[in-house]
Design a protein around this ligand. Sequence first.
Ligand code: HEC
Length: 176
Amino acid sequence: MISFLLNLSGMTWCDELQAEKEAIEKAHETLTVVRKNFKNTLKQAIAEKGIAGAVPDCQVKAPSLGQGSEQVEIGRTSLKLRNPTNEPRPWVRPLLEEYQKTAFQKQAKHRLIQLGPNHFGYVEPIYVEAVCLNCHGANLKPEVKKEILQLYPKDQATGFKVGDFRGLIWLESRAK
Ligand code: HEC
């Protein structure tokens, strides 16, 4: 009897781990596509229109999400926002604070959070690269600064260095 019980609970735990692993893989796959599209669009926009002209192109666009039995939402957020509508959802804010405080070497590649039955949140960190400094660094060109402030008068997203934690890309999925 005891071994039967142990066995059962063991199976449940395994199933849960498996489900978690699958959710992480799927979320990671989705966000990898989004990140790649974002970088390509940005690169192309800078090449075609210059930095100031590319200011409206640092946006994440979702591919066709939410097919099948899940409703999937994605977004980007930060503790230093450029666009106030990118404000973190309540479940994301503590994760932002945690990443901000943690030494780079110790930061998790991703985090999965259970938000309810068949409802989870997933995040991956975003770090500053050289190209980002054009619009998020300490010394913006005057025409770039002007363009940004025109579109985002409350901009807080400057002063970053390469390797800084910039924010999180998040995904929230729930059963329909
Ligand atoms: C050409 C200018 C430009 C470049 C280059 C750029 N960004 Fe942005 N970034 C912006 C603008 C404009 C927004 C506001 C977008 C919006 O309205 O959602 C933004 C928003 C963001 C946000 C969302 C949070 C917020 O502050 O609203 C993140 C995260 C971000 N950028 C990261 C990056 C990273 C990482 C890079 C480099 C790979 C980068 N950006 C390069 C202009 C730029």
